[in-house]
Design a protein around this ligand. Structure first.
Ligand code: ADP
Ligand code: MG
Length: 697
């Protein structure tokens, strides 16, 4: 394994390769763009493009592609070869600065939320030099941003880059006010922990629901689930370990800092966590990680499920977005230090986050809303749908003391005594972990835990960055005129903590009492996507993004329309898939099993009236009754789907209809189906069971 340092990043055009392959002046100019955001001129781009191409060809590439993140939720690519005719029937391999900087994919087939009329189908992709290019499957991949012909933002990367810029500008201004004049740039960092399921491919292929929707729409519980807590951190099975090894190696070669791997709570569920990096790169790397997970699984005869809730009755999958802010001088601005009570810089940044989370709790809820994640939030596994934040006992006590004017004594770092001589005693962390909080302070960063496993992390991060940037800019306005900055900060911080204390909750977020308590505090409890999206277009939210130049009101509305439409479409597909499975497979299978039972009973009777047939008869009666109900519920679901048309013109009403009238019918149909599965012989049931799927690897 001494080879890891050599193979790490071998497929990435990283800083080391730039230094090796670019003339000094080109390297310097490019670095200025990457680090300070200075515009890049074409002559520099030409040199960079040629060097990238030569390097990619050495690694066997024939093509390049601009790689972007449209509003579909998945990445997009369109490959062009390097070939250029040289006039005598031969070709040479070329790649110009213009091709590196700008691409022109047809934008008409990507969601735009009505922003762009189809006759203006042209779209542009622009090179993002802050995220390194890499080589994969014979192509040179160039991370890019995506916009329309008229410049409207059509992707998830542009707002993220803009939000990082905004936060940096505002944070630097404040730091200068506090005397930190050496800071020129502030960077947001993210470490996204990724959960996933691995199941056997042959079994997957037999399930129409998994293939079409990513989750099981029917499926009775297996006799065993996660109740023994024996999977979490359990020994990793050989086949899974082989997958994880391949995955790590592939990710390392692509420069992804894959660090931690372990089994998760549910059977067949696992997690991968990378080491954190700059938000933009973390976002690109997370998209890559999800893609490589799927591809690597295929090589091992497995399928990687990234859906938030592939199986009912066991935990779903999430993504923990660990987020922090640091300076170009290497200081983490969310690090409390030994004496947070005296650290006004920390208090100021903490106050900005507290204020942001309270004022924009609706946006944080919205940004993690999806058809898949609706199954997790509010259920007893993921954080609840109520957004609150955990500061821990120590910081919580500090905030209380600041509000009430009492004295705060730092608990310092006590030592944990193991009580066993051969085991070393060690210092314990100042705060314990609260696993139930949606937004938890964990030492020197916040962990936003409500993200779904399939989500592109761009959106939650640009929203988070923007709301914090907004608070910082308000703080700056107040403080820049203060005669005594330190006194001004103390006053401001005390006021902010007092006004936003309601968002801090250090208790158990799963407890029933919290729901009532949160309501008394006036916190929102938005249980589903349509409920959350009813707040999307609130004036304060539009103002936030427009004022901070993240997007225009039209672009913001486009995002709203796209997400709502995608939600409705997904539920529609799920409903149609259920109807298909019910009619074509489940109903005939149960009917067939009933026929078999009837034949058995009749045969027994023919042999002798004395042979008891009560078992068959009871089953025949039970299954026949359930089947009648099942067929009726199938028809009701179909009717519900047909009724959606009339709401189509209003995205929110349409989505609400799907949630209230279609989804509820799906639940009813599933309940009857699952109950029939428990009474039907395995040979007759048309789909692999939960037992097969969850314990089949
Ligand atoms: P947990 O205990 O929450 O399961 P870990 O401690 O293994 O998780 O993972 C925490 C994640 O937080 C890692 O991805 C880590 O790199 C990331 N992280 C640590 N420090 C920072 C930071 N300053 N900014 C962003 N992410 C960070
Ligand atoms: Mg975590």
């Amino acid at each position: 394994m001494s080879k890891v340092p050599e193979m790490f990043g071998c497929k990435v055009f990283n800083d080391q390769k730039m230094q090796e392959r670019l003339p000094k002046s080109t390297y310097k100019a490019l670095k200025k763009t990457i680090q300070d955001g200075e515009p890049l001129d074409l002559s520099v781009a030409n040199v960079v493009a040629a060097a990238m191409k030569d390097w990619a060809i050495e690694l066997g590439c024939t093509h390049y592609t601009h790689w972007f993140q449209p509003m579909t939720g998945v990445t997009a690519e369109k490959h062009d070869s390097f070939i250029t005719p040289n006039g005598d029937g031969q070709v040479i391999m070329e790649f110009s600065g213009k091709e590196l900087i700008k691409g022109e994919p047809d934008a008409s087939s990507f969601p735009s939320g009505g922003i762009r009329a189809t006759f203006e189908a042209r779209g542009y992709t622009t090179w993002d030099p802050t995220s390194p290019a890499f080589v994969k499957d014979g192509s040179l991949y160039i991370p890019t941003a995506f916009c329309s012909y008229t410049g409207e933002v059509l992707d998830k990367k542009t707002p993220l880059l803009r939000s990082m810029e905004r936060l940096s500008t505002e944070a630097v201004k404040l730091l200068h006010l506090l005397g930190k004049t050496d800071v020129t740039r502030v960077i947001t960092t993210v470490g996204p922990e990724q959960e996933y399921f691995l199941i056997d491919r042959e079994l997957y292929n037999q399930r129409e629901d998994l293939k079409l929707t990513g989750r099981t729409l029917f499926g009775a519980k297996a006799p065993k689930g996660q109740e023994l807590d024996d999977h979490y951190f359990g020994a990793i099975k050989t086949r899974v370990a082989a997958f994880m090894k391949d995955l790590d190696e592939e990710l390392w070669s692509l420069g992804v800092l894959a660090k931690t791997k372990h089994n998760e709570v549910a059977p067949s569920q696992h997690e991968l966590a990378p080491i954190y990096t700059t938000s933009n790169i973390a976002n690109d790397h997370n998209e890559l990680t999800m893609e490589i997970m799927k591809k690597t699984a295929e090589k091992h005869g497995l399928v990687c499920l990234l859906h938030e809730k592939p199986f009912a009755g066991v935990n779903g999958s999430g993504k923990h977005n660990n987020w922090s802010i640091s300076t170009n001088t290497g200081e983490n601005l969310l690090s409390p230090g030994k004496h947070p009570e005296d650290n006004i810089q920390f208090q100021l940044f903490l106050a900005a986050v507290v204020k942001a989370v309270d004022e924009y709790q609706d946006l944080l809820r919205i940004t993690v809303a999806s058809a898949g994640n609706d199954h997790r939030l509010g259920a007893n596994e993921a954080p609840p749908a109520i957004i609150s934040m955990y500061l821990g006992d120590d910081l919580g006590a500090m905030v209380d003391a600041m509000i009430e004017g009492g004295e705060y004594v730092s608990q310092g770092k006590e030592r944990v005594q193991t009580g066993v001589d051969v085991l070393a005693d060690f210092k314990k962390d100042t705060s314990d972990r609260n696993r139930t909080s949606p937004f938890a302070f964990t030492g020197n960063k916040f962990e936003f835990r409500a993200l779904g496993s399939a989500l592109n992390i761009g959106c939650p991060n640009y929203m988070l960055n923007t709301m914090v940037a907004e608070e910082l800019s308000q703080f700056y306005k107040e403080l820049c005129t203060a005669a005594d900055v330190e006194a001004g900060v103390r006053k401001l911080v005390k006021r902010v903590f007092t006004e936003h204390r309601r968002i801090i909750f250090n208790g158990d977020n799963y407890a029933d009492e919290w729901v009532g308590e949160a309501e008394r505090r006036g916190l929102l409890n938005l249980k589903s996507l349509p409920e959350a999206f009813a707040h999307f277009m609130d004036k304060k939210n539009i103002d936030l993004f427009v004022k901070n130049n993240i997007c225009t009101e039209a672009e913001f509305r486009a995002r709203y329309e796209i997400e709502l439409e995608s939600y409705s479409k997904q539920i529609n597909i799920e409903a149609l898939t259920m109807i298909d499975m019910a009619r074509k497979n489940i109903t005939p299978a149960v009917s067939e099993f009933v026929r078999e039972l009837t034949e058995t009973a009749l045969a027994k009777k023919a042999l002798s009236e004395a042979i008891p047939t009560s078992v068959e008869e009871e089953l025949i009666t039970s299954l026949s009754n359930k089947l009648v109900c099942f067929v009726k519920k199938t028809a009701e679901l179909e009717e519900a789907v047909m009724g959606a048309g009339e709401y189509k013109d209003d995205g929110l009403a349409y989505a609400t209809y799907f949630r209230e009238s279609v989804f509820s019918k799906m639940q009813e149909l599933r309940a009857v189906g699952d109950s029939m599965e428990t009474e039907t012989a395995a040979d007759y049931w048309p789909y692999p069971s939960y037992y097969d799927l969850l314990f089949g690897v």
